[in-house]
Design a protein around this ligand. Structure first.
Ligand code: CO
Length: 158
């Protein structure tokens, strides 16, 4: 099972703004393999989301592990973010062992392209809204520790 190497802080790739994906590329074999390898990597590492910069590619792509299965966000754009925000704990595969409380918009709506190149409109709240905001931040070079109000480092044993 191919597992991609996850880049960790302070690798400067994590701080770059990612570029939009040319929609003509989505149907290529290489792109499909990239999405599938990212999904496998996310599942193997128990992640709830993985953004392309975390595997060294500065492109606007992320995979998300939702209760309905894995889906990918291509060129996501927020349409709306609720005024209401809430604190919740976050961690990141690129910052192992570190957790923090981050304030996120409670509800969001966005558009993105799926793997078939179809434009999708999605509304999300709760955990899914949090994960999507975390992953889109990655595409803009932002890490959760930039926004966290309390950051703690936990030793990972085993
Ligand atoms: Co992350």
């Amino acid at each position: 099972m191919p597992i991609l190497k996850i880049i960790t802080r302070p690798n400067p790739i994590l701080r770059k703004k990612s570029v939009e994906i040319n929609l003509a590329e989505i149907k290529s074999r290489g792109f499909k393999k990239l999405v599938s390898d990212m999904a496998k990597t996310m599942l193997k590492t128990d992640g709830v989301g993985l953004a392309a910069p975390q595997i060294g590619k500065s492109i606007r792509l992320a995979v998300i592990n939702s209760k309905d299965g894995v889906f990918c966000l291509i060129n996501p754009k927020f349409i709306k973010k609720s005024w209401a925000r809430e604190l919740g704990q976050e961690g990141c595969l690129s910052i192992p062992g570190v957790f923090g409380q981050v304030k996120r918009h409670k509800k969001i709506s966005l558009t993105y392209y799926n793997q078939a190149g179809k434009k999708i409109k999605l509304a999300a709240d709760g955990m899914m809204a949090r994960v999507i905001q975390h992953e889109i931040d990655h595409l803009d070079g932002i890490l959760f520790i930039d926004k966290a109000v309390e950051v703690e480092k936990k030793e990972i044993y085993g």
